[in-house]
Design a protein around this ligand. Structure first.
Ligand SMILES: NC(=O)c1ccc[n+]([C@@H]2O[C@H](COP(=O)([O-])OP(=O)(O)OC[C@H]3O[C@@H](n4cnc5c(N)ncnc54)[C@H](O)[C@@H]3O)[C@@H](O)[C@H]2O)c1
Length: 250
C-alpha cells in the first residue's frame, strides 16, 4: 500500500520548484493531484511528468492571490476526484526587495495578497471539503524567514511569519475534527525563485548562512512535506517544521 493511496491532493504553485517536486512525490506515492499554478506552461509540464511516471493529475490555472480562483480550484478537484484530503499551499513570490522606508506600497500589497491572504483563501475553501471527507491535512509553505528576519525583504518576512499564526489558529479550530495543519520552513532552496532573484554573490552569501554548507534541493523539502501529509505524521498539528540545513541553529 502506497503512503497516499486513495488520497486526493491539491498543490498551489505546482508548476515549478518545490511545488513541482511535491506534486511528483505525492503522485508517486499514490495520490491523485490537482496541480494549480498561475503559469499554465509550468503547471502542464508537471502534470505531463506525473503522467509519464504512471501517476494521475490534472492542471488547474489559478491565481492563488484571488479568493475566487481558490474556490474554483477546490471545486474542480472535488468534481474530478470526488474529495479533497491534502492541500499544499505553496504558491509564493519574493516580493519587493527594498528597505521598509523605501518599499513600494503596491508591491507590498501584492506580496501579502499572494503569500498570506492566498493561503487563507485556499484554506477557506479546502477546510469545508476536508470536513466532508472526514479529515485532511493542510501543509502551508512558510520559510526560515517565517522565524527570523532578512533585511530588504519585509513583505516576504512578514507574510511568512503571518502564515505561522494562521497555521496555529487552524490547528486549534480543526485538529479535533480530523484536519491537521502544519507549516514547513525551508532554508534557501535551489529553485527558479533563487536563480531568478539572487546574484551569484548573494547566493554565496546565503550559502554561508547554512551550516550544512550548501543550499537545499526541492526534493529534500518534498520528502518532509510528503511525510507531514501522510498518516505517519498523525500526531503533528499546529507545528512549524524547519528543513533548513541548520540555518535557524545560529
Ligand atoms: N526557494 C527558496 O529558497 C524557498 C525557501 C523557503 C520558502 N520558499 C517558498 O516556497 C514556495 C515555492 O517557491 P519555489 O522556490 O519553488 O519558487 P518557484 O518560483 O520555483 O515556484 C513558485 C511557483 O509559484 C507560482 N506562482 C507565483 N505566483 C502565483 C500566484 N499568484 N498564483 C499561483 N501560482 C503562483 C509560480 O508560477 C511558480 O510556478 C514559495 O512560497 C516560496 O516562498 C522558497
Amino acid at each position: 500500500m502506497k503512503l497516499l493511496e486513495k488520497k486526493v491532493a491539491a498543490v498551489t504553485g505546482g508548476g515549478s520548484g518545490i511545488g513541482r517536486s511535491v506534486a511528483l512525490l505525492y503522485a508517486e506515492n499514490g495520490a491523485r493531484v490537482c496541480v494549480s499554478d498561475i503559469d499554465g506552461e509550468g503547471g502542464k509540464k508537471t502534470v505531463q511528468q506525473i503522467e509519464e511516471a504512471g501517476g494521475e493529475a490534472f492542471f488547474f490555472k489559478a491565481d492563488a492571490g484571488k479568493a475566487e480562483d481558490n474556490r474554483k480550484m477546490v471545486e474542480a478537484t472535488v468534481e474530478k476526484y470526488g474529495a479533497l484530503h491534502i492541500a499544499f499551499n505553496n504558491a509564493g513570490v519574493t516580493g519587493p526587495q527594498a528597505l521598509i522606508g523605501e518599499c513600494s506600497v503596491e508591491e507590498w500589497d501584492r506580496a501579502l495578497r499572494i503569500n498570506l491572504s492566498g493561503v487563507f483563501y485556499g484554506m477557506r475553501y479546502q477546510i469545508p471539503e476536508m470536513l466532508k471527507a472526514g479529515g485532511g491535512v493542510i501543509v502551508n509553505m512558510s520559510s526560515v524567514l517565517g522565524k527570523v528576519a532578512f533585511e530588504g525583504s519585509s513583505a516576504y518576512v512578514a507574510s511568512k511569519h503571518g502564515l505561522l499564526g494562521l497555521t496555529k489558529t487552524a490547528a486549534l479550530e480543526y485538529s479535533g475534527q480530523g484536519i491537521r495543519t502544519v507549516a514547513v520552513g525551508p532554508g534557501f532552496i535551489q529553485t527558479p525563485m533563487i536563480s531568478n532573484n539572487l546574484s551569484e554573490d548573494e547566493v554565496e552569501m546565503v550559502r554561508q548562512m547554512h551550516p550544512i554548507g550548501r543550499l537545499g534541493k526541492a526534493e529534500e523539502v518534498a520528502e518532509l512535506v510528503l511525510w507531514l501529509s501522510s498518516d505517519k505524521a498523525s500526531f503533528v498539528s499546529g507545528a512549524y517544521i524547519p528543513v533548513d540545513g541548520g540555518y535557524l541553529a545560529r
